[in-house]
Design a protein around this ligand. Structure first.
Ligand code: SAM
Length: 350
């Protein structure tokens, strides 16, 4: 992600050069109403070198790179190949909402990753363009994790379904909301509601394509919706989103100024505990799974705030054998655990 960098001298000077090349390209196109292709962005810089954990086999539809605005891909889970998600990814990101000079820091501060440093403001002023660039590794990992957990029967115990089926929501899901789709596919036929959200309008428009064109395989016989949901929305309660057994969120914790708003949103969306439940069977309400790299202890800071707000928070760096294996096999200077190893947070009410 922007703001990432290698830590040693040689690598960081290379990164700095790439950063400035990207800066000049971004500035040149900024404000001219041009668009910058995602491929071009990725090839311009190796700042974001570590791209995927290889948890899905990805194939492109024949002729997918035609003039069409969207790239069609199939993401097939490596361990559960019956889960095949049809994704549509916007091929060109509007330059005016893409990278601003501030996105690149000052060339020395390599860990500048606040909301204002990676920006592309949308009309509502919440959310940003980072979710339109690609499916980030934490989203891939979270999608894999919910599939693995659901298939092992450990994601949501059967007794918690209630009469009307499982309700799943994703926050800050970016252009595909892959984790939400994956949960939807893996939890069927127990799934009843799927709400995919992001604060950014463009991301939501893209995410809506997955729902609209996903067809039978992904979303039939469930109520599936995409909503532009900003965590700071003062009118949140008017939208009546309802409450959810499972809330997912990937790579959204480096927006430190939004931590409190995200925690309030989780509190409003997670299913409440069952009053009668006691002892070891006590159902503490919904579960939130949040996946994100530490990025300068942003995860740890978020966890502390969530605990103070009444949540039990478990943070793990060793939650899945495939993810751990890839992380330990990754020896390259481009794999910086602080930036690239997604941590898994489990939040339930205390
Ligand atoms: C780095 S992207 C991650 C997207 C996706 N989860 C992934 O990992 O590929 C962060 C996402 O969080 C969303 N976001 C940031 N701040 C937000 C806020 N205050 N309310 C709602 N969404 C927000 C952005 O719009 C963006 O899509």
């Amino acid at each position: 992600m922007n703001g990432e960098a290698a830590t040693d001298g040689v690598a960081s000077s290379t990164v700095a050069r790439q950063r400035w090349r990207l800066l000049s390209r971004a500035v040149a196109s900024y404000g001219q109403g041009k668009s910058v292709s995602v491929k071009e962005l990725n090839s311009l810089t190796t700042v974001r070198q570590f791209c995927q954990f290889g948890l899905f086999d990805i194939t492109e539809a024949a002729g997918a790179r035609s003039a069409d605005e969207f790239l069609e891909q199939t993401w097939q889970h490596v361990d559960h190949p019956e889960i095949r998600l049809q994704l549509y990814l916007r091929q060109r990101v509007p330059a005016t909402a893409c990278l601003t000079p501030a996105a690149l820091g000052d060339g020395n501060n390599n860990s500048k990753t606040t909301n204002s440093s990676i920006i592309g403001s949308n009309q509502s002023g919440n959310g940003n363009n980072t979710g339109n660039i690609c499916v980030w590794p934490s989203e891939e990992v979270l999608a894999h994790y919910v599939i693995a957990q659901a298939k092992a029967g450990e994601l949501i115990p059967k007794e918690f379904d209630g009469d009307s089926g499982i309700r799943v929501c994703e926050l800050g899901g970016g252009l595909t909301c892959l984790a939400g789709l994956a949960a939807g596919a893996a939890l069927r036929p127990r799934l009843s509601h799927l709400l995919l959200t992001d604060g950014d309008q463009l991301a939501c428009e893209n995410a809506a394509r997955q729902i609209l064109t996903g067809g039978e395989d992904q979303t039939s016989r469930i109520e599936a919706r995409v909503a532009q949901l900003a965590w700071e929305d003062a009118d949140f309660d008017k939208h009546n989103y309802g409450r959810f057994h499972l809330v997912l969120c990937a790579d959204c914790l480096f927006f430190r100024e939004s931590h409190r708003a995200l925690i309030r949103t989780l509190d409003k969306l997670l299913m409440l505990p069952t009053p009668a439940a006691t002892g070891s069977n006590k159902h503490r309400g919904g579960l939130a799974l949040i996946c994100a790299p530490s990025r300068g202890r942003s995860v740890e800071d978020f966890a502390r705030l969530a605990e103070a707000a009444g949540f039990d928070v478990g943070v793990s760096d060793n939650y899945d054998p495939r993810v751990s294996q890839t992380a330990s096999a990754e020896q390259s200077a481009s794999f910086v655990p602080d930036l690239h190893l997604p941590l898994m947070l489990r939040l339930t009410r205390r």
